[in-house]
Design a protein. Sequence first.
Length: 398
Amino acid sequence: MATRVKRAFKYRFYPTDAQAAELWRTFGCVRKVYNMALAARTEARARQVRVNYNQTSAMLTAWKKTEELAYLNEVSCVPLQQALRHLQMAFANFFARRARYPRFKAKKKSRASAEYTSSAFRFRDGRLTLAKMARPLDIVWSRPLPEGAVPSTVTVSRDSAGSWFVSLLCEDPTVTPLAATRAAVGIDVGLDHLLTLSTGEKIANPRHERRDRERLARAQRELSRKARGDGANRRKARRKVAKIHGRIADRRRDVLHKLSTRLVRENQTLVIEDLTVRTMVKNRSLARAISDAAWSQFRNMLEYKASWYGRDVVAVDRFFPSSKLCSHCGTLQPDMPLNVRIWTCDSCGTAHDRDVNAANNLLAAGLAVSVCGAGVRPQRRTPGGQSAMKQKTPRREP
């Protein structure tokens, strides 16, 4: 039985002054409720008392009855309840060791957003009206929703560049598993080339941040010269910097979406390396280039698209010597500096391109992992766990 896929369709919209004011009030109330509930749960945890969603919901009802927090009644109650649900999920991820302890939302740093369920909005004939609003939102429908799709959840947000977005979560009947194929590909990520495939194809690294680096540096210098505080000139300069960052992120996301969709459609099995990008960016010489390549974002896209279309993504252990291993005879080279891009095997005399050889080794190892039934995400699902490719030498008793 095919599973129904829920997708979020994001659009830009232009609110009226009244709508923008209402949304700003909602964002502030959502942040306030989230922080108060987090503080209450943190205090209770220090006293070794468990507090769940139902108890924080009762707290919200009590807060609304106080004179100090009476303004919470001026906005829709649904986004406030959703904030409590998000906090509950954050604690669930923390206790399951999938995330760190929840943090408080800062006014100037946290994402300004509010989530509405079906009881707090009306969607008819392509017109979306939120609770507490008399007019529908002026949405730019850059692409149509799936035919017959009805949003179950609507999330309104505003980015640091001042743009407003609405995200509609609905079931997409057009997403169905693709026909099975025997094609498999090994994918080696890099900086000189963004991707190198086991087929020998190399995909150039667009280096989006480098293309706008001079423009970004100029905007950041202008921002640094503005007086500290909430002055109008500083807000304008900050928004200019945010727009450049947004432009870079949009271009990067577009390229990664196209690459990941193409690879998922063409191959049944996709083998990647389980890299610890969080640790790799601590290298001050390569941090900027690694962040611009967005390897983690590419992997996430591969994984959720593979689950949509019935494909398999296999992550090979990060300690697997894909670059130093001869893909022809299996001989392991003792050393392989980063500046060596082409090398010849001492045993069989085969000349290798470093990246293509690594992709071929990843493919072979990934196919072996899939045969023995190893997990797809060995290092992420089980903290501290090891994948099928890493062999740990047992300790010998004295």
